[in-house]
Ligand binder design. Structure first.
Ligand SMILES: Cc1cc2nc3c(=O)[nH]c(=O)nc-3n(C[C@H](O)[C@H](O)[C@H](O)COP(=O)(O)OP(=O)(O)OC[C@H]3O[C@@H](n4cnc5c(N)ncnc54)[C@H](O)[C@@H]3O)c2cc1C
Length: 447
Protein backbone atom coordinates (compact mmCIF):
# COMPACT_ATOMS: atom_id res chain seq x y z
CA UNK A 1 0.00 0.00 0.00
CA UNK A 2 1.26 3.50 -0.86
CA UNK A 3 2.41 5.50 2.15
CA UNK A 4 0.33 8.57 2.96
CA UNK A 5 2.39 11.74 3.18
CA UNK A 6 1.81 14.46 5.77
CA UNK A 7 3.55 17.81 5.50
CA UNK A 8 3.93 19.85 8.68
CA UNK A 9 4.71 23.55 8.29
CA UNK A 10 6.67 24.77 11.31
CA UNK A 11 8.69 22.96 13.97
CA UNK A 12 7.49 24.60 17.20
CA UNK A 13 5.89 22.43 19.90
CA UNK A 14 2.71 22.03 17.84
CA UNK A 15 4.62 20.76 14.78
CA UNK A 16 7.03 18.57 16.77
CA UNK A 17 4.29 16.86 18.79
CA UNK A 18 2.23 16.35 15.65
CA UNK A 19 5.26 14.66 14.07
CA UNK A 20 5.99 12.53 17.15
CA UNK A 21 2.43 11.21 17.09
CA UNK A 22 2.31 10.55 13.33
CA UNK A 23 5.74 8.92 13.12
CA UNK A 24 4.65 6.13 15.44
CA UNK A 25 2.85 4.74 12.41
CA UNK A 26 5.25 3.34 9.82
CA UNK A 27 2.63 3.68 7.11
CA UNK A 28 2.93 7.45 7.10
CA UNK A 29 5.69 9.59 5.67
CA UNK A 30 6.17 12.82 7.63
CA UNK A 31 8.02 15.91 6.38
CA UNK A 32 8.57 19.05 8.44
CA UNK A 33 9.42 22.34 6.77
CA UNK A 34 10.96 24.96 9.04
CA UNK A 35 11.93 28.38 7.77
CA UNK A 36 14.54 28.96 10.49
CA UNK A 37 17.87 27.21 10.89
CA UNK A 38 16.76 25.36 14.03
CA UNK A 39 13.73 23.48 15.35
CA UNK A 40 11.71 24.38 18.44
CA UNK A 41 9.81 27.53 17.52
CA UNK A 42 9.28 30.31 20.06
CA UNK A 43 9.43 29.57 23.79
CA UNK A 44 10.65 25.98 23.54
CA UNK A 45 14.12 27.36 23.00
CA UNK A 46 13.69 29.96 25.74
CA UNK A 47 12.62 29.79 29.39
CA UNK A 48 10.57 26.67 28.79
CA UNK A 49 7.93 26.67 31.50
CA UNK A 50 5.62 23.75 30.87
CA UNK A 51 2.41 24.84 32.57
CA UNK A 52 0.39 21.80 33.63
CA UNK A 53 -3.02 23.41 33.44
CA UNK A 54 -5.97 23.82 31.15
CA UNK A 55 -6.93 27.14 32.71
CA UNK A 56 -4.17 29.18 31.11
CA UNK A 57 -2.35 29.05 27.80
CA UNK A 58 -5.14 28.42 25.34
CA UNK A 59 -8.55 27.14 24.39
CA UNK A 60 -7.84 23.42 24.07
CA UNK A 61 -10.06 22.08 26.92
CA UNK A 62 -13.04 23.91 25.38
CA UNK A 63 -12.31 22.37 21.98
CA UNK A 64 -11.52 18.75 22.90
CA UNK A 65 -13.14 18.45 26.34
CA UNK A 66 -11.58 18.33 29.82
CA UNK A 67 -11.04 14.55 29.93
CA UNK A 68 -9.13 14.33 26.67
CA UNK A 69 -7.20 17.48 27.54
CA UNK A 70 -6.01 15.99 30.83
CA UNK A 71 -5.10 12.70 29.20
CA UNK A 72 -3.03 14.49 26.51
CA UNK A 73 -1.50 16.83 29.09
CA UNK A 74 -0.07 13.70 30.75
CA UNK A 75 1.28 12.52 27.37
CA UNK A 76 2.99 15.87 26.68
CA UNK A 77 4.43 16.09 30.19
CA UNK A 78 5.83 12.54 30.06
CA UNK A 79 7.23 13.12 26.57
CA UNK A 80 9.10 16.29 27.57
CA UNK A 81 10.40 14.53 30.68
CA UNK A 82 11.56 11.55 28.61
CA UNK A 83 13.53 13.85 26.30
CA UNK A 84 15.33 15.51 29.18
CA UNK A 85 12.85 17.89 30.83
CA UNK A 86 13.58 18.84 34.43
CA UNK A 87 11.82 16.42 36.78
CA UNK A 88 11.10 18.94 39.48
CA UNK A 89 7.62 20.35 40.00
CA UNK A 90 7.73 23.22 42.46
CA UNK A 91 4.13 23.20 43.59
CA UNK A 92 4.00 20.57 46.32
CA UNK A 93 2.81 22.34 49.47
CA UNK A 94 -0.94 22.29 48.78
CA UNK A 95 -1.91 23.67 52.18
CA UNK A 96 0.33 26.71 51.70
CA UNK A 97 -0.90 27.20 48.11
CA UNK A 98 -4.52 27.11 49.32
CA UNK A 99 -3.66 29.77 51.87
CA UNK A 100 -2.05 31.96 49.18
CA UNK A 101 -5.15 31.62 46.99
CA UNK A 102 -7.36 32.67 49.92
CA UNK A 103 -5.12 35.63 50.79
CA UNK A 104 -5.14 36.79 47.16
CA UNK A 105 -8.95 36.61 47.17
CA UNK A 106 -9.06 38.80 50.28
CA UNK A 107 -7.23 41.46 48.24
CA UNK A 108 -9.68 41.04 45.37
CA UNK A 109 -7.32 39.06 43.15
CA UNK A 110 -7.72 35.65 41.61
CA UNK A 111 -4.62 33.45 42.00
CA UNK A 112 -4.62 30.49 39.61
CA UNK A 113 -2.58 27.75 41.26
CA UNK A 114 -0.95 26.06 38.27
CA UNK A 115 1.78 23.43 38.44
CA UNK A 116 4.87 24.22 36.40
CA UNK A 117 7.71 22.11 35.14
CA UNK A 118 10.56 24.48 34.41
CA UNK A 119 13.12 23.36 31.80
CA UNK A 120 15.17 26.55 31.99
CA UNK A 121 16.93 28.39 29.20
CA UNK A 122 19.99 26.19 29.68
CA UNK A 123 17.99 22.96 29.27
CA UNK A 124 15.29 23.74 26.70
CA UNK A 125 17.42 23.69 23.50
CA UNK A 126 18.83 20.28 24.54
CA UNK A 127 15.30 18.85 24.84
CA UNK A 128 14.40 20.14 21.37
CA UNK A 129 17.62 18.61 19.98
CA UNK A 130 16.71 15.23 21.51
CA UNK A 131 13.20 15.34 20.03
CA UNK A 132 14.62 16.23 16.61
CA UNK A 133 17.06 13.31 16.76
CA UNK A 134 14.28 10.90 17.73
CA UNK A 135 12.12 12.10 14.83
CA UNK A 136 14.99 11.66 12.38
CA UNK A 137 15.61 8.16 13.74
CA UNK A 138 11.98 7.35 12.98
CA UNK A 139 12.45 8.56 9.39
CA UNK A 140 10.84 12.01 9.64
CA UNK A 141 12.43 14.35 7.08
CA UNK A 142 13.18 17.75 8.58
CA UNK A 143 13.99 20.54 6.15
CA UNK A 144 15.52 23.55 7.92
CA UNK A 145 15.90 26.99 6.27
CA UNK A 146 12.92 26.02 4.14
CA UNK A 147 9.99 28.44 4.29
CA UNK A 148 6.71 27.23 2.84
CA UNK A 149 5.46 29.84 0.42
CA UNK A 150 2.15 28.43 -0.76
CA UNK A 151 -0.28 25.57 -0.26
CA UNK A 152 -2.87 24.63 -2.86
CA UNK A 153 -5.25 21.73 -3.19
CA UNK A 154 -5.69 20.14 -6.61
CA UNK A 155 -8.17 17.26 -6.74
CA UNK A 156 -7.29 15.31 -3.59
CA UNK A 157 -3.64 16.32 -3.41
CA UNK A 158 -1.95 19.27 -1.73
CA UNK A 159 0.80 21.09 -3.63
CA UNK A 160 3.21 22.71 -1.22
CA UNK A 161 5.77 25.16 -2.63
CA UNK A 162 8.86 25.97 -0.62
CA UNK A 163 11.21 28.93 -0.99
CA UNK A 164 14.69 29.49 0.36
CA UNK A 165 17.88 28.63 -1.54
CA UNK A 166 16.45 25.60 -3.29
CA UNK A 167 12.74 26.20 -4.07
CA UNK A 168 10.75 23.02 -4.73
CA UNK A 169 7.22 21.70 -5.01
CA UNK A 170 6.02 18.78 -2.87
CA UNK A 171 2.81 16.76 -2.95
CA UNK A 172 1.03 15.48 0.13
CA UNK A 173 -2.22 13.92 1.31
CA UNK A 174 -2.48 16.08 4.43
CA UNK A 175 -1.02 19.40 5.60
CA UNK A 176 -0.71 20.59 9.19
CA UNK A 177 -0.04 24.33 9.46
CA UNK A 178 1.84 25.00 12.71
CA UNK A 179 3.42 28.36 11.99
CA UNK A 180 3.05 30.03 15.41
CA UNK A 181 2.43 33.73 15.97
CA UNK A 182 4.21 34.51 12.77
CA UNK A 183 4.49 38.28 12.41
CA UNK A 184 4.52 38.08 8.62
CA UNK A 185 0.86 37.03 8.61
CA UNK A 186 1.68 34.30 6.07
CA UNK A 187 -0.98 31.89 7.33
CA UNK A 188 -3.70 34.54 7.66
CA UNK A 189 -3.03 35.61 4.08
CA UNK A 190 -3.01 32.00 2.85
CA UNK A 191 -6.24 31.21 4.73
CA UNK A 192 -7.85 34.22 3.07
CA UNK A 193 -6.69 33.10 -0.39
CA UNK A 194 -8.03 29.60 0.29
CA UNK A 195 -11.41 31.12 1.14
CA UNK A 196 -11.30 30.12 4.83
CA UNK A 197 -13.21 32.14 7.41
CA UNK A 198 -11.14 33.83 10.09
CA UNK A 199 -12.36 35.23 13.38
CA UNK A 200 -10.46 38.42 14.05
CA UNK A 201 -8.70 39.04 17.36
CA UNK A 202 -10.01 42.24 19.01
CA UNK A 203 -7.71 42.39 22.02
CA UNK A 204 -4.16 43.55 22.57
CA UNK A 205 -2.06 42.57 25.56
CA UNK A 206 0.35 45.27 26.57
CA UNK A 207 2.31 46.07 29.67
CA UNK A 208 5.58 46.10 31.53
CA UNK A 209 8.09 43.69 33.01
CA UNK A 210 8.60 44.24 36.71
CA UNK A 211 11.88 43.47 38.45
CA UNK A 212 12.27 43.20 42.23
CA UNK A 213 14.83 41.66 44.57
CA UNK A 214 14.27 37.90 44.71
CA UNK A 215 13.48 37.93 48.44
CA UNK A 216 10.53 40.29 47.92
CA UNK A 217 8.46 37.79 45.90
CA UNK A 218 9.90 34.72 47.66
CA UNK A 219 6.93 34.29 50.05
CA UNK A 220 4.92 33.39 46.94
CA UNK A 221 7.48 31.96 44.48
CA UNK A 222 8.77 29.46 47.04
CA UNK A 223 5.39 27.71 46.67
CA UNK A 224 4.24 28.69 43.16
CA UNK A 225 7.02 28.95 40.59
CA UNK A 226 4.95 31.01 38.15
CA UNK A 227 2.12 32.58 40.21
CA UNK A 228 -0.68 33.74 37.96
CA UNK A 229 -2.56 36.62 39.57
CA UNK A 230 -5.56 37.88 37.65
CA UNK A 231 -7.88 40.83 38.17
CA UNK A 232 -10.70 40.18 35.74
CA UNK A 233 -12.05 43.73 35.93
CA UNK A 234 -9.88 46.46 37.39
CA UNK A 235 -11.68 49.09 39.45
CA UNK A 236 -10.10 51.90 37.44
CA UNK A 237 -10.92 50.85 33.86
CA UNK A 238 -12.72 47.50 33.96
CA UNK A 239 -9.94 45.87 31.91
CA UNK A 240 -8.40 42.48 32.66
CA UNK A 241 -4.88 42.53 34.07
CA UNK A 242 -2.64 39.61 34.98
CA UNK A 243 0.85 38.59 35.95
CA UNK A 244 2.63 36.47 33.37
CA UNK A 245 5.88 34.51 33.00
CA UNK A 246 7.35 34.93 36.47
CA UNK A 247 11.10 34.22 36.44
CA UNK A 248 12.41 33.67 39.97
CA UNK A 249 16.15 34.45 40.19
CA UNK A 250 15.96 35.20 36.47
CA UNK A 251 17.12 37.78 33.98
CA UNK A 252 15.21 40.39 32.03
CA UNK A 253 16.02 39.97 28.35
CA UNK A 254 14.96 41.46 25.03
CA UNK A 255 13.50 39.73 22.01
CA UNK A 256 13.73 41.26 18.57
CA UNK A 257 11.00 40.58 16.07
CA UNK A 258 10.34 42.30 12.75
CA UNK A 259 12.28 45.38 13.74
CA UNK A 260 10.74 45.67 17.24
CA UNK A 261 12.58 45.24 20.52
CA UNK A 262 10.37 43.84 23.27
CA UNK A 263 11.08 42.89 26.88
CA UNK A 264 10.88 39.32 28.10
CA UNK A 265 12.33 37.25 30.91
CA UNK A 266 14.01 33.93 31.41
CA UNK A 267 15.86 31.93 34.03
CA UNK A 268 18.26 29.02 34.28
CA UNK A 269 17.49 25.70 35.90
CA UNK A 270 20.54 23.41 35.72
CA UNK A 271 23.28 26.00 36.06
CA UNK A 272 22.79 27.58 39.49
CA UNK A 273 25.74 29.93 38.95
CA UNK A 274 23.57 31.79 36.42
CA UNK A 275 20.73 32.44 38.85
CA UNK A 276 20.47 36.12 39.82
CA UNK A 277 19.39 38.01 42.95
CA UNK A 278 16.25 39.32 41.21
CA UNK A 279 12.84 38.03 40.19
CA UNK A 280 11.04 39.44 37.16
CA UNK A 281 7.52 39.04 35.81
CA UNK A 282 5.22 40.69 33.30
CA UNK A 283 2.06 42.59 34.08
CA UNK A 284 -0.13 42.47 30.99
CA UNK A 285 -3.35 44.35 30.42
CA UNK A 286 -5.85 42.96 27.91
CA UNK A 287 -7.57 45.88 26.26
CA UNK A 288 -10.51 45.15 24.00
CA UNK A 289 -10.74 47.55 21.11
CA UNK A 290 -14.36 48.30 20.50
CA UNK A 291 -16.09 50.53 17.93
CA UNK A 292 -15.30 48.19 15.07
CA UNK A 293 -11.55 48.64 15.43
CA UNK A 294 -10.10 45.37 14.23
CA UNK A 295 -6.34 45.88 14.08
CA UNK A 296 -5.16 45.17 17.64
CA UNK A 297 -1.94 43.62 16.37
CA UNK A 298 -0.97 46.72 14.39
CA UNK A 299 -2.03 48.98 17.30
CA UNK A 300 0.16 47.18 19.86
CA UNK A 301 2.98 47.07 17.35
CA UNK A 302 2.88 50.83 16.87
CA UNK A 303 2.77 51.43 20.62
CA UNK A 304 5.82 49.20 21.03
CA UNK A 305 7.59 51.12 18.29
CA UNK A 306 6.98 54.38 20.17
CA UNK A 307 8.66 52.83 23.21
CA UNK A 308 11.64 51.89 21.04
CA UNK A 309 11.77 55.46 19.65
CA UNK A 310 12.06 56.89 23.17
CA UNK A 311 14.92 54.58 24.02
CA UNK A 312 18.07 55.31 22.07
CA UNK A 313 18.90 52.89 19.23
CA UNK A 314 15.69 50.90 19.52
CA UNK A 315 16.35 49.61 23.02
CA UNK A 316 13.74 49.06 25.71
CA UNK A 317 13.10 51.53 28.51
CA UNK A 318 13.57 51.05 32.25
CA UNK A 319 12.14 53.29 34.95
CA UNK A 320 11.96 53.24 38.74
CA UNK A 321 8.36 52.99 39.89
CA UNK A 322 9.01 55.95 42.24
CA UNK A 323 9.99 58.10 39.27
CA UNK A 324 6.96 57.08 37.24
CA UNK A 325 4.51 57.92 40.03
CA UNK A 326 6.26 61.10 41.28
CA UNK A 327 3.86 64.08 41.36
CA UNK A 328 5.94 65.87 38.74
CA UNK A 329 7.00 63.90 35.69
CA UNK A 330 10.41 62.43 36.42
CA UNK A 331 12.24 60.23 33.99
CA UNK A 332 14.79 57.81 35.41
CA UNK A 333 18.40 58.77 34.65
CA UNK A 334 21.32 56.34 34.83
CA UNK A 335 22.42 58.04 38.10
CA UNK A 336 19.02 57.40 39.68
CA UNK A 337 19.21 53.69 38.80
CA UNK A 338 22.81 53.60 40.09
CA UNK A 339 21.72 55.28 43.37
CA UNK A 340 19.63 52.23 44.32
CA UNK A 341 22.25 49.60 43.57
CA UNK A 342 22.33 48.40 47.20
CA UNK A 343 18.67 47.50 46.79
CA UNK A 344 18.47 46.29 43.19
CA UNK A 345 20.77 46.11 40.18
CA UNK A 346 18.97 45.77 36.82
CA UNK A 347 19.72 42.46 35.12
CA UNK A 348 19.16 43.94 31.66
CA UNK A 349 22.16 46.21 31.26
CA UNK A 350 21.19 47.58 27.85
CA UNK A 351 17.82 49.03 28.95
CA UNK A 352 17.62 52.80 28.52
CA UNK A 353 16.61 54.74 31.67
CA UNK A 354 13.67 56.95 30.67
CA UNK A 355 9.96 57.57 31.18
CA UNK A 356 7.57 54.80 30.17
CA UNK A 357 4.65 57.15 30.95
CA UNK A 358 5.26 58.84 27.60
CA UNK A 359 4.07 55.91 25.52
CA UNK A 360 1.93 53.52 27.59
CA UNK A 361 -1.69 54.63 27.16
CA UNK A 362 -3.77 55.79 30.13
CA UNK A 363 -5.99 52.68 30.34
CA UNK A 364 -3.27 50.01 30.52
CA UNK A 365 -1.08 52.21 32.70
CA UNK A 366 -3.81 52.67 35.31
CA UNK A 367 -4.50 48.94 35.39
CA UNK A 368 -0.78 48.16 35.77
CA UNK A 369 -0.57 50.50 38.76
CA UNK A 370 -3.73 49.00 40.28
CA UNK A 371 -2.27 45.48 39.97
CA UNK A 372 0.99 46.61 41.59
CA UNK A 373 -0.92 48.23 44.45
CA UNK A 374 -3.04 45.14 45.11
CA UNK A 375 -0.02 42.83 44.85
CA UNK A 376 1.77 45.05 47.33
CA UNK A 377 -0.99 44.48 49.89
CA UNK A 378 -0.30 40.77 49.69
CA UNK A 379 3.45 40.86 49.04
CA UNK A 380 4.81 44.01 50.69
CA UNK A 381 7.70 45.51 48.75
CA UNK A 382 6.44 44.73 45.26
CA UNK A 383 5.52 48.35 44.60
CA UNK A 384 8.48 49.94 46.31
CA UNK A 385 9.79 53.18 44.76
CA UNK A 386 12.84 51.16 43.71
CA UNK A 387 10.88 48.53 41.78
CA UNK A 388 12.03 48.57 38.16
CA UNK A 389 9.61 48.65 35.24
CA UNK A 390 10.80 47.72 31.76
CA UNK A 391 8.73 48.32 28.62
CA UNK A 392 7.41 47.60 26.04
CA UNK A 393 6.19 44.09 26.86
CA UNK A 394 3.51 42.99 24.38
CA UNK A 395 1.83 39.77 23.29
CA UNK A 396 0.32 39.45 19.84
CA UNK A 397 -2.39 36.96 19.01
CA UNK A 398 -3.31 35.48 15.67
CA UNK A 399 -6.70 35.59 14.04
CA UNK A 400 -8.52 32.31 14.54
CA UNK A 401 -9.29 30.21 11.50
CA UNK A 402 -12.58 28.35 11.66
CA UNK A 403 -11.98 24.65 12.22
CA UNK A 404 -13.54 21.44 13.56
CA UNK A 405 -12.90 19.77 16.93
CA UNK A 406 -10.08 17.91 15.19
CA UNK A 407 -8.61 21.27 14.13
CA UNK A 408 -9.35 20.55 10.48
CA UNK A 409 -10.27 23.58 8.40
CA UNK A 410 -13.10 23.63 5.90
CA UNK A 411 -10.59 22.26 3.36
CA UNK A 412 -10.50 18.51 3.90
CA UNK A 413 -7.07 17.36 5.00
CA UNK A 414 -5.79 20.84 5.92
CA UNK A 415 -5.29 21.29 9.67
CA UNK A 416 -4.31 24.46 11.59
CA UNK A 417 -2.77 24.03 15.04
CA UNK A 418 -0.90 25.94 17.74
CA UNK A 419 -0.54 29.66 18.27
CA UNK A 420 -0.88 30.41 14.56
CA UNK A 421 -4.38 28.97 14.56
CA UNK A 422 -5.31 31.48 17.29
CA UNK A 423 -6.29 28.71 19.73
CA UNK A 424 -3.18 28.38 21.92
CA UNK A 425 -0.80 30.70 23.77
CA UNK A 426 1.67 28.35 25.43
CA UNK A 427 3.79 25.24 24.99
CA UNK A 428 1.34 22.78 26.62
CA UNK A 429 -1.76 23.74 24.62
CA UNK A 430 0.26 24.08 21.39
CA UNK A 431 1.78 20.58 21.82
CA UNK A 432 -1.66 19.09 22.54
CA UNK A 433 -3.13 20.74 19.45
CA UNK A 434 -0.44 19.07 17.29
CA UNK A 435 -1.34 15.67 18.73
CA UNK A 436 -5.07 16.26 18.15
CA UNK A 437 -4.56 16.94 14.43
CA UNK A 438 -2.16 13.98 14.11
CA UNK A 439 -4.62 11.60 15.77
CA UNK A 440 -7.39 12.69 13.40
CA UNK A 441 -5.11 11.98 10.41
CA UNK A 442 -4.05 8.60 11.82
CA UNK A 443 -7.66 7.61 12.33
CA UNK A 444 -8.49 8.48 8.73
CA UNK A 445 -5.44 6.71 7.30
CA UNK A 446 -6.27 3.53 9.21
CA UNK A 447 -9.90 3.41 8.09
C1 LIG B 1 10.50 34.40 24.24
C2 LIG B 1 9.32 33.51 24.49
C3 LIG B 1 9.26 32.77 25.66
C4 LIG B 1 8.16 31.92 25.88
N1 LIG B 1 8.15 31.18 27.01
C5 LIG B 1 7.14 30.30 27.21
C6 LIG B 1 7.13 29.46 28.33
O1 LIG B 1 8.04 29.49 29.16
N2 LIG B 1 6.07 28.61 28.51
C7 LIG B 1 5.04 28.54 27.61
O2 LIG B 1 4.12 27.73 27.81
N3 LIG B 1 5.02 29.35 26.52
C8 LIG B 1 6.04 30.21 26.30
N4 LIG B 1 6.03 31.00 25.19
C9 LIG B 1 4.93 30.83 24.23
C10 LIG B 1 5.18 29.51 23.44
O3 LIG B 1 6.51 29.50 23.02
C11 LIG B 1 4.24 29.38 22.27
O4 LIG B 1 2.93 29.39 22.75
C12 LIG B 1 4.51 28.07 21.50
O5 LIG B 1 5.85 27.99 21.09
C13 LIG B 1 3.60 27.99 20.28
O6 LIG B 1 3.93 26.84 19.58
P1 LIG B 1 3.65 26.72 18.01
O7 LIG B 1 4.24 25.41 17.61
O8 LIG B 1 2.24 26.98 17.75
O9 LIG B 1 4.44 27.92 17.33
P2 LIG B 1 5.96 28.35 17.39
O10 LIG B 1 6.64 27.80 18.58
O11 LIG B 1 5.97 29.81 17.19
O12 LIG B 1 6.59 27.64 16.11
C14 LIG B 1 6.22 27.98 14.81
C15 LIG B 1 7.36 27.61 13.88
O13 LIG B 1 6.91 27.75 12.53
C16 LIG B 1 7.95 28.32 11.75
N5 LIG B 1 7.33 28.95 10.56
C17 LIG B 1 6.52 30.04 10.52
N6 LIG B 1 6.12 30.28 9.26
C18 LIG B 1 6.69 29.32 8.48
C19 LIG B 1 6.65 29.02 7.09
N7 LIG B 1 5.94 29.77 6.22
N8 LIG B 1 7.37 27.97 6.62
C20 LIG B 1 8.10 27.18 7.47
N9 LIG B 1 8.18 27.42 8.81
C21 LIG B 1 7.46 28.46 9.30
C22 LIG B 1 8.58 29.31 12.70
O14 LIG B 1 9.91 29.64 12.28
C23 LIG B 1 8.56 28.52 14.02
O15 LIG B 1 9.72 27.75 14.20
C24 LIG B 1 7.10 31.86 24.95
C25 LIG B 1 7.16 32.62 23.78
C26 LIG B 1 8.26 33.43 23.54
C27 LIG B 1 8.31 34.24 22.27
Amino acid sequence: MMKKRVIIVGSGPAGLFGALELSRDSGIEVCIFEKKSRCGGAGTNSDGKLVLSGEVGGEMPGIIGQDRFHQLMGVVDRTFTRFGGEQKIYEKNYRKIKKLVETAASFDMHLIPTKTRHFGSDNAPEIVKNIKEELEKRGVKIYLNTPVESVEKKDKVFLVKTGGKDPKEFESDYVIVATGRDRTGWWVELAKNLGLNTIKADTYDFGVRVEVPEYVFKPVTDYLYDPKFVIYKTKCTGDKVRTFCVCPKGQVITETESGLTLVNGHSFEKDSSRKTNNTNFAILVSTVLKQGFDKPFEFARNLSMLGNYLAVEGKVLVQRLGDLTAPQERRSYPERIEEIKDFIVPTLKTAFPGDIGHFIPYRPMRSILEMLERLNNMVPGISSDHTLLYAPEAKFYSNRVESSQDLETKIEGLFAVGDGAGITRGIMHASISGIVAAQAILKRCRN
